[in-house]
Design a protein around this ligand. Structure first.
Ligand SMILES: Nc1ncnc2c1ncn2[C@@H]1O[C@H](COP(=O)(O)OP(=O)(O)OP(=O)(O)O)[C@@H](O)[C@H]1O
Ligand SMILES: [Mg+2]
Length: 171
């Protein structure tokens, strides 16, 4: 479903994500780090959104919460009408598996697996996966399938990390 600007202006479109008053406090012993202080955000179907901000401003923290990888300290996040902030661990696992495609800032490739195997890890659990060879072909790595991460350039490692969620993340 794609909403138009007119839909949005008329207030008829429901956001895919609705975040309200999201906070995240990391406790470091005595010290508390306020990574997010009351984030309100609506994201609509078909939007391409860029999250910009200085290093340390909380971008990864927010994405981790929207992606079900971490939980908020307070506030609510609703995805397609379901409140992620009330979901159990099991429900969050299911949510990530079915709906989330995540390219990690530090790639998170498994060093002992080849490029093909690193992508297959996702293919094995996705509902309707693309073949891992195809996903790697789309990022220009068809001739690097059997390389381990240490045998790939930084950009190639990044592209393996991009190939992984290509197979998932359809809402
Ligand atoms: N696990 C953690 N424990 C404690 N503090 C943390 C933790 N993760 C992040 N922080 C702190 O929270 C703040 C937000 O971090 P975050 O990683 O969300 O920033 P970012 O906007 O993604 O930065 P960058 O652009 O450098 O990736 C930073 O000040 C960081 O030091
Ligand atoms: Mg970050």
């Amino acid at each position: 479903m794609r909403e138009t600007e007119a839909d949005r202006a008329g207030g008829t479109a429901e956001p895919v994500f609705r975040a309200r008053g999201v906070t995240k406090v990391y406790e470091m012993g005595e010290v508390k780090v306020h990574a997010l202080r009351g984030v309100d955000l609506d994201l609509f179907s078909g939007e391409l959104v860029v999250l910009l901000g200085p290093s340390g401003s909380g971008k990864s923290t927010l994405l981790n919460i929207l992606g079900g990888l971490d939980t908020a300290t307070s506030g609510t996040v609703v995805y397609c009408g379901k409140e992620l902030t009330r979901a159990t661990d099991r429900e969050l696992t299911e949510y990530r598996r079915r709906h989330v495609g995540f390219v990690f800032q530090f790639y998170n490739l498994i060093p002992s697996l080849t490029a093909l195997e690193n992508v297959s890890v996702v293919t094995d659990i996705a509902a309707s996966p693309m073949r891992p060879e195809e996903a790697l072909g789309l990022v220009g790595l068809a001739d690097r399938l059997n390389h381990f991460p240490a045998q790939l350039s930084g950009g190639e490692q990044q592209r393996v990390a991009i190939a992984r969620p290509l197979q998932n993340g359809r809402p």
